[in-house]
Design a protein around this ligand. Structure first.
Ligand code: SAH
Length: 421
């Protein structure tokens, strides 16, 4: 059993007074179709002012129940819908059921020597604005709205009833981290619960397994919750195609794709990322896998450099690879940045092809939800045609099993595997 730390026991309890809401007809249609958000502008009537985390019940014009969700007066996403059609009491039991359902979906991963995965993928697992990632015995709970604060005790209790872990670490989204008044003493990176015999924070970096490979992550300071779990299946594809190949992994972070390529038998793997902590972690991840003969035998090189500059330099040096992986950060934060993002994707395709051998494989991904799948794949193809190397597609891929999608905006990850003449 884990110990509930003071951070959690001091939080306010959910208000017993529910807010009653009516919404516009288009919002009602979207809700019925499964969209999990009610925007402030869609609210036509509201019983009283609410605080973050109050439960808001949405009714139609005949006073029939449409849904219930978490109210957040600080965000244009005013209500995040938890339950629709059939009324339910939102309590520890309700959270328990949601976590159990999500856990069952991830069961196949645990059979694949994998104990690092996303247990709760927010909206897509019915808990909007909340993410829970597992890294072996350390769990990381990330919040995107203050509306979860009064419910955190119940969520943590439900998590303890369904999962075994030593530490539960809290991460806050960038926006939420600035809302000090709503946090009631919660801080980014703090431990919420811990096994009494394990100390209050994990000692050092956390090690976990993904498809039999060992990775470390820093759940307190790392990007996302410490690792890009969403690329697991694409990494596995790279492992399957790397035998005897030279592989360039651009935007490599802590070397996820690099380790899989080496384990798949790549003879040479170059990783490029401008973050020195990330390339240092890559070097340690290589060390963590020296028990794998292919990893032990592979030749690794890591470059802490800007990706665009590194690619241009490699072209100037006539360096060429059998496989080039391009997995940049999100390029479009909002709609106005989509065109610039597409131009950057095209530029990357061009630079990637410049260092890809004839007949080699290009792997290019986008995690910008604002850039549509069609726009992204079109941009890559257009750029490849312009460089005189029209691509032949091997596969288009999307989300891994632990990152399900249940509504349109939930789909953000897309990746193309293609050969270039
Ligand atoms: N492929 C990785 C995840 C990539 S995340 C994985 O599987 O784990 C994007 C990475 O790009 C981050 O590590 C970030 O440090 C790096 N990055 C962002 N802009 C960059 C740039 N201009 N040059 C090099 N690296 C960059």
């Amino acid at each position: 059993m884990t110990e509930i730390l003071p951070a959690l026991s001091q939080l306010p309890s959910p208000s017993t007074q529910r807010i009653a809401l009516r919404i516009t007809a288009p919002a009602e249609r979207a809700l019925k179709q499964g969209h999990p958000w009610i925007f402030d502008q869609s609210i036509t009537e509201q019983s009283h002012k609410g605080a973050p985390g109050d439960l808001a019940v949405i009714f139609d014009d005949k006073r029939r129940f449409l849904g219930v969700g978490l109210y957040d007066p600080t965000s244009p996403i005013r209500v995040r819908v938890l339950q629709k059609i059939k009324p339910a009491t939102i309590d520890n039991n309700w959270f328990h059921e949601k976590i159990k359902t999500a856990d069952a979906i991830r069961a196949p991963l645990r059979k694949q020597e994998t104990d690092g995965y996303r247990l709760i993928h927010g909206e897509n697992d019915g808990l909007p604005g909340l993410v829970i990632d597992r890294y072996a015995e350390t769990f990381v709970l990330k919040l995107y709205t203050p509306a979860w604060v009064p419910h955190l005790k119940d969520v943590c209790a439900a998590l303890q009833q369904t999962q075994h872990f030593d530490h539960l670490i809290l991460r806050l989204s960038r926006t939420l981290n600035k809302q000090a008044d709503e946090l009631h003493g919660l801080t980014d990176g703090m431990t919420l619960t811990a096994s009494p015999d394990k100390g209050q924070t994990p000692e050092g970096l956390v090690l976990f397994k993904e498809n039999g490979l060992t990775f470390e992550c820093d759940p307190i300071n790392g990007q996302k919750t410490g690792f890009f779990l969403d690329q697991r299946e694409n990494r596995e594809r790279v492992r399957d195609m790397s035998e005897g190949k030279s592989v360039l992994n651009v935007f490599s972070y802590t070397g996820g794709f690099s380790l899989y390529a080496a384990d798949g038998g790549a003879k040479e793997v170059v990783s490029v990322d401008f973050s020195t902590p990330a390339t240092q972690a890559t070097l340690r991840n290589i060390q963590h896998n020296q028990n794998k003969p292919n990893v032990k035998n592979a030749k690794f090189e890591t470059l802490d450099q800007d990706a665009f500059e590194a690619l241009m330099q490699m072209k100037a040096d006539n360096r060429q690879f059998d496989i080039v992986i391009l997995d940049p950060p999100m390029f479009a934060q909002n709609q106005s940045q989509v065109e610039t993002a597409l131009a950057a994707y095209r530029r990357l395709t061009h630079l990637g092809l410049d260092v890809l051998k004839r007949g080699g494989i290009l792997v290019q991904a986008s995690c910008s939800s604002r850039v549509s799948t069609v726009e992204f794949f079109d941009a890559i193809h257009r750029s490849a045609r312009e460089t005189g190397r029209p691509l032949e597609e091997i596969e288009r891929t999307g989300h891994a099993l632990d990152h399900p999608i249940t509504y349109k905006e939930g789909a953000y990850l897309k990746c193309l595997f293609a050969t270039a003449p």
